[in-house]
Design a protein around this ligand. Structure first.
Ligand code: GRF
Length: 201
């Protein structure tokens, strides 16, 4: 399965996916990494590993026009599965239509709690005792598609934003490659909001 990974920044989830592939734990190939920001540090990870990458700058471009460019690039690289990994832009319905049930996202909260920006900060400010992360299918709405996998972590007394974010991120790096593996292995079916994952054979 050919993955298209969309990033805007650090790229640590992209790196975790690339590591899982390199270690033979995920049978997939990263066909292209696309960043909407030219200065995304994640691009350097792609460069060092010789993974094809492309900047499609989004500043000043309307959503539909931008998404058309994205779709073209993804199709050029024959991408089967689109993985948003810290991609800080909403996608329009055209991308979802071009890749039905084939766009994934990772979000640093236990959805549906704390969607949107600064999820870890929202969790601390709300005072929850359990936080976590979610891999879900992407639909046209923010952080709202069917959930494939979640991991929970404790919020400790005296946690700083950095400490909680790091604890969540470590779990992101586990569940994102795992969820992609479920799809690569054809084990996933979606019924409405519910995602079923068949047992491994
Ligand atoms: C992660 O916390 C992810 O859950 C969120 O954006 C952040 C991206 O981090 N969507 P990275 O670029 O993968 O390091």
């Amino acid at each position: 399965m050919r993955l298209g990974i969309l990033i805007s920044g650090r790229g640590s989830n992209f790196e975790a996916i690339a590591n899982a592939i390199a270690r033979g734990k995920l049978e997939a190939e990263i066909a292209i990494v696309i960043s909407n920001r030219a200065n995304a540090p994640g691009l350097e990870i792609a460069r060092q590993r010789g993974i094809p990458m492309r900047v499609i700058a989004s500043a000043g471009i309307e959503r539909e026009a931008y998404d058309k460019l994205l779709i073209e690039e993804l199709e050029t690289h024959q991408v089967d599965l689109v993985c948003l990994a810290g991609f800080m832009r909403m996608l329009s319905a055209s991308v979802i239509r071009a890749f039905p049930n084939r766009v994934l996202n990772i979000h640093p909260s236990l959805l549906p709690a704390f969607s949107g920006l600064d999820a870890q900060r929202q969790a601390i400010e709300f005072g929850v005792k359990i936080a976590g992360c979610t891999v879900h299918f992407v639909d046209e709405f923010l952080d709202s598609g069917p959930i494939i996998l979640q991991a929970a972590v404790p919020v400790l007394e005296g946690d700083t934003l950095e400490a909680l974010s790091a604890r969540i991120l470590a779990q992101e790096h586990v569940i994102y490659p795992k969820a992609i593996g479920y799809i690569v292995d054809g084990r996933v079916t979606v019924e409405g909001r519910r995602v079923m994952v068949r047992e491994e054979e």
